[in-house]
Design a protein around this ligand. Structure first.
Ligand code: 4NP
Length: 175
């Protein structure tokens, strides 16, 4: 993990609630799924009071929509109900959240461009840094033009990455 991400996670670990925003392009596949995965982990551990979790997109194509039907079906099979309504990243997100996690390098580039200050930019980190090397991925691939296996892959990666994030912030895992 990059030193900048270690610093970010260490500083966020002391905050309650810790406020996490997941970001992808459309905010209908990867980031609402990440939001649902992390929220379920937090609820299963009875730690809801310590977390604020949301998601947003860098694009504006689907504002107000529920997550993609295919993502909702695949998530439901794992016991996750995705009810987020799509919204676009706004400048105030950089004040309202402690950690802003982008799913791929394009999301990260767009977030960096949108960050209003260096302090805001320091809140951005790639989801890929939370993925185990054994996954073979250092980003979460866009499933929009893929088949079922693309959605399953995204959920597998998010379950691993969100568990790692949870364990780091709750102090169960060292950086
Ligand atoms: P997401 O997937 O970024 O994971 O939500 C996409 C959803 C929609 C589009 C692209 C990616 N789109 O071009 O409409």
């Amino acid at each position: 993990m990059r030193p900048s991400s270690i610093k970010l996670l260490n500083s966020a670990a002391g905050k309650r609630p810790v406020k996490v925003l997941f970001v992808c392009l459309g905010n209908i596949c990867r980031s609402p799924a990440a939001e649902g995965v992390l929220r379920t982990i937090v609820e299963e551990n009875g730690t809801e009071a310590g977390w604020k979790i949301d998601s947003a997109g860098t694009g504006n194509y689907h504002i107000g929509d529920l997550p993609d039907q295919r993502m909702r079906v695949h998530a439901r099979r794992r016991g996750l109900e995705l009810t987020h309504r799509c919204r676009q990243v706004v400048s105030s997100d950089f004040d309202d959240f402690d950690i802003i996690i982008g799913m791929d390098s394009q999301n990260i580039a767009n977030l960096r461009y949108a960050a209003p200050t260096p302090e805001a930019e320091a809140k951005i980190m790639p989801m890929g840094e939370l993925l185990p090397e054994s996954s073979g991925y250092d980003y979460v691939p866009d499933p929009y033009y893929e088949g079922s296996e693309g959605f399953e892959l995204v959920l597998d990666l998010l379950q691993e990455g969100c568990q790692r994030l949870y364990d780091i912030i709750e102090g169960h895992s060292n950086l």
